[in-house]
Every structure is written in C-alpha cells, then in structure tokens.
Design a protein around this ligand. Structure first.
Ligand SMILES: *Cc1c(COP(=O)(O)O)cnc(C)c1O
Length: 370
C-alpha cells in the first residue's frame, strides 16, 4: 500500500474544510448554458476600475518582463501619506487575505488562542487552525459582533482578536464608542486586528478611527483592501497598517514579490480616485434602499447594511432557492455553511442587476403576482 498523502500532511490542516468562493460567472455559463448571468455572491464592486486606473495598468504592460518592486515603495509611500503614518508602518498584501495569513503566521504560536467572531469571515478560523492555534469562537448578538463577550473571551493565552468591521456576512458595524470601550478592556499585549475591507461603504461619525490606536502604540493591525470600493478584486492588493516593529516581523516571511506590478500601479492610481469611490458608494447606497423596499414588499426579513451586501432571510431552504436562482441566471451566497438555513448574503449590484435579482427572487419564491 502506498503512503496516503493525508498521513504526510501537516495535521493542523486536516480538519479544515476548503474555502468555497462564490460561483464564478463562467462556471454557471458552462454548466447551465445560461447567458449573461449576474453574480451577486462575492461582494465585488459591479463597476469597472476607473479610466485612470485602467490607463495606468495599460501603461505598465510593457514592463511586465521585470519583477515588481518587492518593497512596493511608491504605493507604501502614498498610503502612508494618506493615512498619516510612516511608510515602514505599511505592509502590502496579495489581497488583504494574505495579510491575515502573514499576521497569524508571524505571531500565533501553536496552542495560542485567537478570539474569532461567528458568523464572520471564514478565513480567520481557517488560518488560525492551519497555524495550530486554538479558535475561541464568540457568537454574534443581534447580527452584530458582541465586543463585550469577545473581551470576556480573552485569556492570558489569547494572541489575536479578530474584528471584521463591517462584519461579513451580516454587514453590521461596531461603533466608535463600542470599540473604545472594548479597547480599554483588551490587555496591552493582545493583538487586535481590525479588518476594514468595507470601510468606504460604512463611513459615518459613528465609525471608529482604528488608525488612532496604531498611532497611540496599541497592538493593533488595521487591514484595508482595494478589492471592494476600488474595484480591483481581480488584481489582489490590500494593505496593513501597524507599528513598524510588527510590520518588520511580517515582512520577514512575506514573499518578496507578493504584490504584482500591475496591482501596484493600479492601486497607486486608485488611491486618490475619490470620484470613483464616491460614485460606487452612492450607487450602493441607492441600491441598498431599493433592495430594502423590494424585500419588504416580498415580505423578506433583512439586516440593515453598512456595506455593499445584505443578509436576507428568504424563509425557505436556502440551498434549494440557491439552485433555482442559478437557473434564473442569478448567483448569490447561501448562508447554509453558517447554519443559517434560510438566509442569503446578497451583494448589491448595479440598478439593472438589482432589478434582475428582485425579478428572479419573486419568480422562485412564487411572489410574482404582487
Ligand atoms: C472581501 C473581504 C476582504 C478582502 O479580501 P482581499 O483579499 O483584499 O480581496 C477582507 N476581509 C473581509 C471580511 C472581506 O469580506
């Protein structure tokens, strides 16, 4: 009998279920022969990158024979300036997902605990588990991160606390005051990671200024991304901001060319693209309200959103409705893996996509007559 690959594997990864991304549009076209399906399953921006960004990418094509700048000098400098920190406080990632992994691999030792909200981004517990850490799962309360319970869950063994704000898949935020109170209870030596992938959609006076904690010298790592409001999910670029010592440690294990050159020039061009961000944010805001109204008319419960997606309860088996929506050419994300058997996470699309979603939902739920 040949040796089974599994018996050779790092035992920490054996219990991990593979990450299931939203179904790619091309796959649905192939499998069901559906033309022009819409994907509202991965919280992507439905608008393409701005002309400026596209031009910057095209201009960089002729230099693709060269490796990228491994230090991401210009992009880090621009990000540091924008956020009022030093360039050595910025680390670039192949998407912010890579930075979650770099953070965990840099700091979490086998047996260390990590406090992870649930339901939240499934990547956190997965990476903690792969590193041999102990996941301390803390349930959400009323669809929001329960920062009180998370603070209570911290022990002397806790190395990292994960805070997704806004949270995915609920699209709710924790407020400035709640975070302030939470931070006053977190021990000095415990690292708090704020994942702010949807920040641009959540902005408001109640949203916390987590960079202030970095500037105060707290053990805080703030993650941001170009994947959502900046329309660059396909290029994979995100960044982290923290104390320079923390960044230096993460840089030790970072692959030297982790962010490709097109991603670097695109992100650099996107940083000051206020007009594009504003256009997206306005479109999403209007789309949220359109969908709330339509959900109400159909009689569906939803969680008011501070991001570009909405958690909605269809009151029926989500796995079944998911398949039926696929046949209507609409890809959404069933929340069955989170134990929410009748809920979907639906990304807000363009006005046209939102109308198509509503039409398909009415059709499969048998609510066409109203
Ligand atoms: C989409 C998302 C990200 C962004 O990931 P990238 O790797 O930057 O594309 C990060 N965190 C959460 C919670 C997300 O939903």
């Amino acid at each position: 009998m040949p040796t089974q690959w599994e018996s050779l594997a790092n035992e920490h990864i054996l219990g991990i279920a593979p990450y299931e991304p939203g179904k790619p549009i091309e796959e649905l076209e192939r499998e069901l022969m559906i033309s022009n399906p819409i994907k509202l399953a991965s919280n992507e921006n439905p608008l393409p990158p701005s002309d400026r960004v596209q031009k910057a990418i095209i201009a960089a094509l002729s230099s693709l024979d060269r490796y990228p700048d491994g230090s991401g000098f210009y992009l880090r400098q621009a990000l540091a300036k924008k956020h009022g920190v030093m360039p050595d406080q910025v680390v670039l990632g192949n998407g912010s997902n890579e930075l979650i992994e770099l953070l965990v691999r840099s700091f979490l030792r086998p047996g260390d605990e990590a406090v992870v909200p649930h339901p939240s981004f499934v990547v956190y517990p997965m990476i903690v588990q792969a590193a041999g850490g102990v996941r301390v799962m803390v349930m959400l309360k009323d669809f929001r991160l329960d920062l009180d319970a998370m603070a209570r869950a911290i022990t002397p063994m806790t190395k990292i606390v994960f805070v997704a704000n806004p949270n995915n898949p609920t699209a709710t935020i924790v407020t400035r005051d709640e975070v302030e109170h939470f931070m006053s209870r977190v021990p000095e030596r415990t690292i708090v990671m704020f994942d702010e992938a949807y920040l641009e959609f959540a902005m408001g006076s109640d949203f916390p200024d987590t960079l202030a904690y970095v500037k105060q010298g707290r053990k805080v790592v703030v993650l941001r991304t170009f994947s959502k409001a900046a329309s660059l999910a396909g290029l994979r670029v995100g960044y982290g901001i923290a104390d320079a010592d923390a960044i230096a440690l993460m840089n030790r294990i970072r692959q030297p060319f982790n962010v490709n050159s097109l991603a670097q020039v695109a992100a650099l061009a996107a940083i000051d693209d206020e007009a594009h961000i504003l256009e997206c944010v306005r479109m999403i805001e209007a789309g949220r309200h359109f969908l709330y109204d339509e959900f109400k008319r159909i009689g569906l419960q939803y969680v008011p959103s501070r991001a570009n997606f909405i958690l909605v309860d269809v009151g029926r088996n989500a796995a079944d409705i998911y398949q039926k929506l696929l046949h209507q050419g609409v890809i959404v994300r069933p929340m069955t893996p989170f134990g929410l058997e009748t809920a979907f996470r639906i990304t807000v699309g363009t006005p046209e996509e939102n109308r198509k979603l509503v039409k398909a939902l009415r059709m499969v739920l048998g609510k066409t007559s109203e």
